[in-house]
Design a protein around this ligand. Structure first.
Ligand SMILES: *Cc1c(COP(=O)(O)O)cnc(C)c1O
Length: 463
């Protein structure tokens, strides 16, 4: 055993050899030395475990091959492009909204150069970053004023911190939503320094419940979009118009967290569940919060829009500085909002809206193309089936979107193993497993991605 241990090469010797030179040039001496040490530790442990029995120890060549693979893997990007075949368009785990080309171009320009981020070009004085989107948001929503922060969660926290800290916030028990990623409305209210006053019951909250709860220390009424659940059956809730009126009569105001925030009427595409921001403000709601990367189809951002006096107070609060939007998202947001203005047709330009509104026939065409190619060119079994897609991320929660999918299988492979093989493809392909079938849903798969899926399927399961 001692003999075998002694025969292991020294780290220093290996580092000075030719095999190491190329690796050191690519990865640096320290990483290569550490990797060699780790491999030799493993070899040493193996020899000891064998307790003197003769075992074959790793050759120098394969040691360096393994090190090269490990070092390359460690440097490979972990945040990679992926193909979304889940059927969930705004998939939070997959990065939510794909951006329009105009938004990508705007980000590139601002990323590569200096920009007028906080400089008013007409007078050379310090400007504000909100100015780049405020006018557009106001035009598109009818709001008096607007501002943007890092995301919608930050928008709500900032509104409550600036407007309700130390005071009461009244909310219905039917709307105390948990959004995921540990964002729970009661906790957010507490975190802001406000005190939550719950009214009503899970299924029914009446206008009088709010009226009876309003007191001298009430800062605001909070309405939240129940974006990931529905209360059905014996239910009631006052509409936002009544609630806004009550708030104004009692000298307080109404804040509504919309979550998704739709800017245009999607009903002609058969999508009608989420309220349009303009209508919400027109109903008398004083302040709304919504996301940039949900149905709006832009970058991660949280938009606050509504009455100027309130927005001015929020802009001045330290929390607004702590959660400010970065310049790349701001550039992408402005470019996305601009696509909502005539003569543009947002449905034709913004990927999220395109995918929502795409006619089922087009989706079936892609499914057909993929199914035929997989049948012909691979040893996988492929069957085209009707599927149901979703908007996702709490947008249009009850809306089924007709879609088409390919169910893939192979005799010797479980659905989980198949899903893993596609997930580990060079460009990861993320499908979904439904009723023990591995499905690739085509609604959120772009036309140019079909060929990539075919190539991956060929590599995974050659004919
Ligand atoms: C998604 C959502 C949020 C959080 O938005 P982010 O932009 O993800 O921070 C808040 N409220 C509601 C109702 C939502 O649906």
């Amino acid at each position: 055993m001692q003999d075998q241990l002694r025969r292991l090469p020294k780290v220093q010797t290996l580092l000075e050899g030719d095999a190491a030179a190329g690796l050191i040039a690519r990865h640096g001496r320290e990483d290569v030395a550490n990797a060699i040490r780790a491999k030799l530790d493993i070899a040493r442990a193996k020899i000891m475990a064998a307790g003197g029995a003769s075992i074959s120890v790793i050759s120098e060549q394969s040691l360096f091959d393994e090190i090269a693979t490990d070092l390359n893997a460690a440097k490979a990007p972990t945040l990679k492009r992926a193909i979304n075949a889940t059927g969930v368009i705004i998939h939070t785990n997959l990065g939510r909204a794909r951006l329009a080309p105009e938004a990508i171009e705007a980000m590139q320009s601002v990323a590569a150069h200096y920009s007028s981020l906080e400089l008013a070009l007409d007078n050379g004085k310090r400007g504000t970053r909100h100015a780049h989107v405020e006018d557009l948001i106001c035009q598109l929503t009818g709001a008096e004023a607007a501002m943007v922060v890092n995301n919608c969660a930050a928008a709500i926290l900032t509104c409550l911190s600036a407007l309700a800290s130390g005071q009461q916030v009244i909310a219905s028990r039917g709307e105390l939503v948990e959004i995921g990623g540990s964002f729970r409305m009661p906790d957010v209210i507490t975190q802001s320094g406000a005190v939550l006053k719950e009214v009503g019951t899970t299924n029914k909250t009446h206008l009088r419940d709010y009226a009876e709860a309003i007191g001298d220390d009430t800062a605001l009424l909070l309405k939240s979009h129940t974006s990931n659940y529905a209360i059905v059956g014996f239910t009631s809730a006052p509409d936002r118009q009544e609630l806004a009126q009550l708030a104004h009569e009692t000298g307080t105001f109404l804040l509504e967290d919309l979550g998704s925030g739709v800017l245009i009427d999607l009903s002609k595409y058969g999508l009608r569940e989420d309220p349009v921001v303009r209508d919400v403000l027109a109903a008398g709601v004083d302040l709304v919060t919504f996301s940039g990367d949900k149905l709006l189809g832009g970058p991660q951002a949280g938009i606050i829009a509504g009455r100027r006096a309130l927005i001015d107070r929020i802009k001045k609060h330290p929390m607004a500085r702590a959660v400010r939007i970065d310049k790349l998202s701001l550039a992408a947001l402005r470019a996305t909002l601009a696509l909502y203005k005539s003569p543009h047709e947002p449905i034709a330009r913004i990927p999220v809206l395109q995918m929502l509104a795409e006619p089922i026939e087009h989706i079936r065409d892609r499914a057909n193309q993929l199914c035929t190619a997989i049948q012909k060119e691979t040893s996988l079994r492929a069957v085209q089936i009707a599927s149901t897609a979703r908007a996702g991320a709490g947008s249009l929660p009850q809306q089924d979107l007709p879609s088409a999918a390919i169910a893939l299988s192979r005799e010797d492979t479980s659905v989980d193993a198949l899903a893993e093989q596609f997930r580990k493809a060079e460009t990861p392909i993320i499908g979904r497993i439904t009723q023990d079938q591995f499905l690739l849903d085509m609604r959120a798969v772009a036309a140019e991605e079909v060929a990539m899926i075919i190539a991956a399927a060929r590599a995974i399961s050659p004919k």
